[in-house]
Write a protein that binds this ligand. Structure first.
Ligand code: ATP
Ligand code: MG
Length: 86
């Protein structure tokens, strides 16, 4: 079923170290830097179920918190049927 849901990324713990997301984190760090300059941005994070989208956003939120942007990272999740996957 399709739908759009607010997701509380703070509740995604994620045991263990975050692996192999340097490129994505560099892109998201750049957006955090923009936001810190007062220029908020939107990022599209897409991928198959379980690939690590929510975990990546949890890490992004942690980094935004560190940059002084506490509570400003929001995530909206939309699930699509597998037949619509590219
Ligand atoms: N880069 C990573 N390094 C280590 N563990 C990871 C990484 N990415 C995700 N995980 C772990 O894999 C599991 C699935 O990740 P996550 O829930 O973020 O996937 P998702 O893409 O949001 O899934 P869904 O589409 O079902 O919402 C979690 O236990 C998460 O902690
Ligand atoms: Mg998820």
């Amino acid at each position: 079923m399709g739908g759009t849901f607010g997701v509380d990324v703070a509740r995604v713990g994620g045991a263990g170290r975050l692996l192999e997301r340097e490129r994505e984190l560099a892109s998201l760090d750049a957006l955090i830097a923009c936001a810190a300059d007062g220029d908020g941005r939107v990022a599209l994070v897409e991928g198959p179920a379980g690939i690590g989208k929510t975990r990546l956003m949890a890490e992004t939120r942690r980094r935004a918190d560190e940059a002084g942007l506490q509570g400003l990272v929001r995530m909206l999740a939309r699930q699509m049927p597998a037949r619509d996957a590219r």
